[in-house]
Design a binder for this molecule. Structure first.
Ligand code: FES
Length: 384
């Protein structure tokens, strides 16, 4: 089953195009919307540099073209430059997905020399206090200064700002700040509710009115700013009638390698119990991608239940997100309840109603409280 007009393949015949390496779950921030697992302490024993290089080689030989170095905070990895150089030499388009905390001009110069092509910088707000509430750490000044360093070194950059009830009213200010810094792309990504964001869902959920207002503000800014900046505004699933085509389909083009070497069709897939995800320590990637049960299980459409199986839109959204179906309905093979055709759609509607009845206040946010690393410890480690 191939999506019309694209190279997407859901039958396992395609290859991973987009490789995401989660080098570590450790992070200097404690974001209340973090997409890392809430039980991330359970996954130690991180891959070493030689093991990461083997993954980079294997995926490239299978046709992977883009590589993302992510986390946690990927710059915590002392051999990041070496890994970037390896990937660049093999012809990957290299992308760093970072909080910016702990980055320095020197490190950026080294990454540039290693062949890093693009940086995605996570950002919370154009207000210092709000950024602190959301990130759990006072990070505003550092983020602004590193954003300017990134631009001064000529990196293409996307500023990624998770949007929630806490900062949605700041959209105009965030756009102005991004434009002034000179970023090419601004991604205003409404928070999707997995892991820590799911824990904080009642506090983070914006109202429909706030979303509509922000959308209008984005449209106005696009018209005014023209080519100076490209602004993406991603609506949260919970306010859509149809689900997102998550990962362009399970095991279609995306491959995540978790810090402990477990290979996943998406970063959230560990939310699905009962799937035995293979490790790159035990199997080569070709076997994992083409042969393993956990990558094949939601390919094609034979796994689908109704209403997905007979739905005319199944090749557009592939039934939505398997992880969200699991988290909200208890069965990953159900239609994503974000879809209004799903018999479980009321779960989404009830979740929105409950969140909006909750007294929303930043003081009630639950910060990610595991895997935190102070930048002082980190710099000492890098120096030794
Ligand atoms: Fe895992 Fe959507 S996040 S399939």
């Amino acid at each position: 089953m191939t999506k019309a007009g694209s190279n997407l393949s859901l039958d396992g015949q395609g290859n991973p195009v987009w490789l995401l390496l989660e080098l570590t779950y450790k992070c200097p921030l404690k974001c209340a919307f973090c997409s890392n697992p809430t039980d991330l302490d359970a996954y130690g024993n991180e891959l070493n540099t030689a093991e990461w290089k083997k993954v980079i080689h294997e995926a490239r030989s299978m046709g992977a073209m883009q590589i993302g170095f992510s986390g946690g905070e990927p710059t915590l990895h002392k051999d990041l430059e070496e890994l970037v150089a390896e990937a660049n030499d093999l012809g990957y388009y290299t992308n760093l997905i970072t909080s910016g905390i702990g980055l320095t001009r020197k490190r950026l110069e080294n990454l540039k020399a290693a062949g890093l092509r693009h940086i995605q910088l996570g950002f919370q707000s154009d207000h210092r206090e709000t950024a602190h509430w959301l990130a759990g750490v006072d990070c505003y000044d550092k983020k602004i200064s590193i954003a300017r360093e990134i631009k001064s070194l000529g990196f293409p950059m996307v500023l990624n700002v998770p949007i929630s009830s806490i900062n949605i009213h700041q959209v105009p200010g965030i756009i102005e700040l991004a434009t002034e810094i000179g970023v090419e792309y601004l991604e205003l990504a409404n928070v999707q509710y997995y892991n820590w964001a799911l824990v904080n869902r009642n506090q983070l959920m914006p109202t429909r009115e706030a979303l509509e207002k922000a959308e209008l503000q984005v449209a106005e800014a696009r018209a005014r700013l023209g080519d100076r900046i490209t602004i993406f505004f991603v609506i949260p699933d919970y306010y859509e009638d149809r689900p997102k085509a998550c990962m362009n389909g399970w095991g279609s083009i995306h491959l995540t390698i978790a810090p402990d070497g477990v290979a996943l069709p998406c970063s959230q897939a560990r939310a699905i119990p009962g799937l035995d995800f293979p490790s790159v320590r035990d199997h080569d990637l070709r076997w994992i991608w083409h042969e393993s049960d956990s990558f094949n299980i939601y390919r094609g459409d034979s796994w689908m239940k109704e209403p997905c199986r007979s739905c005319s839109e199944k090749e557009i959204d592939f039934g939505g997100c398997r992880c969200q179906a699991m988290l909200l309905t208890g069965d990953a093979a159900n239609a994503d309840p974000a879809c209004s055709k799903s018999p479980h759609h009321h779960i989404i509607q009830q979740a929105v109603a409950k969140a909006l009845q909750t007294e929303q206040d930043h003081k009630h946010l639950i910060a990610r409280d595991v895997g935190w690393v102070s930048t002082e410890v980190w710099h000492n480690d890098l120096d030794t």
